[in-house]
Write a protein that binds this ligand. Sequence first.
Ligand SMILES: *Cc1c(COP(=O)(O)O)cnc(C)c1O
Length: 366
Amino acid sequence: MAELSDRMKRLIQPHLAGIEPYDPNFTPTEVNLSANENTYELPAGVRAAVDEALAATPLNRYPDPLSDELRDELAAWHGVSREMICVGNGGDELLYNFLLAFGGAGRTLLTCPPDFSEYAFFASLAQTSVERIWRDEHTFELKRDELLAAAARADLVILTSPNNPTGDVVPPALARAVCQACPGLVMIDEAYGEFADAGASCAALLEECDNLVVLHTLSKAFGAAGIRCGYVMAAPDVIEVFGAVRQIYSVNVLTQAVALAAVRARDAFAPVIEQVRSERARLFAGLQELAAACTPEGTVWAGQGNFLLVRLPQASRVRQRLRDEHSILVRDFSYAPGLADCLRITVGTPEENDRLLAALRAELGQ
Ligand SMILES: *Cc1c(COP(=O)(O)O)cnc(C)c1O
C-alpha cells in the first residue's frame, strides 16, 4: 500500500498523515464494466442537442454560480422549488461538502457498509467519526432496529439506494423512520435511482422530512460521468448551506450547458434505462448459473442499480484473467471488509454482457 513520504507525513495536517497517494494504476481494456458508467450511446437526438448547446456557450464568462437554469429544469422535473436544489461538480463534490459543512471534529456520521467507500474517505478529510452498522453478512439487508437506534445518536446519516456495491434499495418507509429518529441530517444517495423499480425513490419524503437530503447524479443513468454534474434536493435552509460552502465556480459553463440539454431530453433516456434493466435481468440469470456451479461460495445478489455483485471462488484471480486474457475490466472488492471474493460488474450493452459471460464461463471451466 502506497504511503506519503516521511517529510509529507510531518507537513500534512496530522489527521491526514495516513492518507494514501492517488494510485493511477489503470489498464485500458476493450470492455470497461468497472465504474458503473452508462456504456450505451446517448439517445438519438440528445448528442446533437448537447453539441448545439456547447457550440452556443461563450467561454470567456464565468459560469452562473448556482446553475439557476439547470436548477429550474431539475425543479420542474422533480416537482420542487429551485430553492430546494443545489448543483455540484459531480455527486462527489456534494458528498464532500455535506461532510465539510455538517460534519467535523466531535461529530459522527452513521453509515451501513459495505457501501460507497467515499463516505468514510470524505468523513476522514473532514475529521468526522464514522459509526458503522454493518449489513447482514449474507443478504446485505439493513439492520433496521440497530440502524434506528444508532440514528438517534448520529449527527449525520448516509444511506445508499440502490446501494453501491450490494444493489439493494432503502424502503422509503425505513428512510422516513431514520429521518424521524435522527436529530441531524439524513442523506439518501440515489446515484443509481433511475435504474430502480418505480416507487423506490425517497424524494417524495422531502415534503414531510425537513432533515432529508436526496443526492442524484448525471453520471450514471444520464451517461454523463465525464461532465461531472450531480445535485442534492433538500429543505431551502439546508440548500443555503450547500450553496454557501461550495467553491463558487465549481460547475463550469460546459457542464451546465450539457446537463441542461440532457435533463431537458430526460424522456429520451427512458428506453436506455429500460434496456439496462432488462440486460441486468439477463446478466443476473447468466451469473446465477455460473455461481450455482461454484458451490458452496458462488452467489449473486439481485440489485436495482446498473451493476450486479457476484461472489466467485478466487475472484481476484478471475478479475485479473478477465482483464489480461479477455480485455474486460470489472471491479474487485475482495479486499473490502464483508465482500470477500466479490466482483462488481456494470451492466453493459448486450454485446458487452455476452462477452463477459462467455469469458467468465471460460475462466470458470463451464
Ligand atoms: C457514482 C456514485 C456517486 C456520484 O458520482 P459522481 O460521478 O461524482 O456524480 C455517488 N454515490 C454513489 C454510491 C455512486 O456510486
